[in-house]
Design a protein around this ligand. Structure first.
Ligand code: NAD
Ligand code: UFG
Length: 351
């Protein structure tokens, strides 16, 4: 059984990926500062497996700490080595992710996302652990008129958050160029992950108020917010509202397991991969599906466009599908059903 380190594993995407990895026979060491998550997500993962009579005490170990703390990371790698289960790969989710906040405090974003990643890669290198799957984002692409973006599209992020993601991708590319006989690297560029684990035990629970569309729709459905403000009704799209490529978080989780398997079973290499469904959905279409599936009304009003928004962002996902033996399986119906199930069962998240 291989041991992998999951940074940011208590967060939204990390926690869902932990479930998939455990189901696929990986032993996990999770580190998280909980700056944007609750350690209770890890307890919920234990509960989920306990319900199936599986004890995770040896398979899932959580350590509270910050990836910028080199001593902390050194200790984690050294202890795993001492226990005869050295860390063979890292899934690197830890990072701050708000575009809005990154404009307010760019230095914090560079420090946390870039310096944190550099510290992690240095420690990995010193322990001869050279396999990493990095959480990048579709926001690294510049404004494009293409119908969907492929991995060769121009990298030109229009916000500090995206710039930190592009910088980490560059850093990894540089590492690969210098040690191309050793490193196995996959930058997964996520499009718009939504939904939750079908159990309703794990879901998205940001510490601050959400900025993204789907958690806001859930809060309107649950009565926490009065209505949804739709940013713009005059975009050049099917109905004037923004079009995005929504992907179920469990499909996204599965792409990590597939990328990890692929890297571990192939020659050292450097990959950039779009992770989306390849299908576009407008804000109004998403509201309609959510209302139909969950039999509820989502009241909304139209507002000004949000600065920095793009009309259409859709993945060309052919490369990931061809290379990884991965394919998104869940549709918008599943995303809306599972996301609302989580919100209904946990109106205050993990609190
Ligand atoms: P999240 O905030 O729920 O999870 C990130 C986790 O990292 C949190 O648990 C947080 O506490 C932890 N963390 C942050 N900085 C840390 C540090 N210095 N040391 C240790 N832990 C730290 O976010 P998410 O939605 O699960 O996203 C995971 C990753 O995917 C992030 O890197 C994010 O930028 C990227 N991403 C997310 C989306 C999205 O829409 N959710 C899209 C593209 C990319
Ligand atoms: N939207 C609204 N009202 C809201 C929130 C969003 O109308 O209250 C609209 C946006 O204008 C956009 C769509 O809903 O048209 C989706 O917006 P999100 O904020 O949910 O997602 P974005 O595509 O803007 O950004 C997300 C993540 C980024 C990531 C990017 C990758 O927030 O971190 O996807 O494509 F980089």
């Amino acid at each position: 059984m291989k041991t992998v380190l999951v940074t940011g594993g208590a967060g939204f995407i990390g926690s869902h990926t932990c479930i998939n990895l455990i189901e696929n026979n990986y032993r996990l060491i999770v580190v998280d500062s909980n700056i944007n998550s609750s350690p209770k997500s890890i307890e919920r993962i234990r509960q989920l497996f306990k319900n199936k009579s599986i004890d995770l005490s040896d398979l899932l170990n959580f350590f509270h700490g910050d990836i910028r703390d080199k001593n902390f990371l050194n200790q984690i790698f050294a202890n795993a080595k001492k226990d005869k289960s050295p860390i063979e790969a890292v899934l690197h989710f830890a990072g701050l992710k708000s575009v809005e906040d990154s404009f307010k405090d760019p230095m914090l974003y560079w420090e946390n996302n870039v310096v944190g990643s550099l510290t992690l890669f240095e420690v990995m290198q010193s322990f001869n652990c050279n396999t990493v799957v990095f959480s990048s984002s579709a926001t690294v692409y510049g404004i494009t008129s293409q119908k969907s973006v492929d991995e060769s599209s121009v990298i030109n992020p229009n916000n500090p958050y995206g710039q930190t993601k592009a910088a980490v991708e560059n850093l990894l590319e540089g590492i690969f160029k210098s040690y191309s006989d050793k490193w196995r690297i996959a930058n997964l560029r996520y499009f718009n992950p939504i939904g939750a684990h079908e159990s309703g035990l794990i879901g998205e629970d940001p510490n601050d108020k959400p900025n993204n569309l789907f958690p806001i729709i859930c809060r309107v459905a649950g009565g926490t917010y009065k209505n949804l403000k739709i940013f713009g009704r005059d975009w050049p799209t099917i109905d004037g509202t923004g079009v995005r490529d929504y992907i179920h978080v469990m499909d996204l989780a599965d792409s990590h397991r597939c990328a990890l398997d692929f890297l571990l079973n192939n020659q050292p290499q450097f990959l950039n991969l779009n992770i989306g469904t390849g299908k576009g959905t407008s804000v109004l279409e998403l509201i309609q599906i959510f209302s139909d599936v969950n039999e509820c009304d989502i009241s909304y009003e139209f507002c000004e466009r949000r600065p920095g928004d793009l009309p259409v962002v859709i993945a060309n996902n052919r490369k990931a599908i061809e290379l990884l033996n991965w394919c998104p399986k869940k549709n918008l119906y599943d995303m809306c059903l599972d996301g609302w199930n989580w919100q209904k069962l946990n109106p205050n998240g993990y609190k």
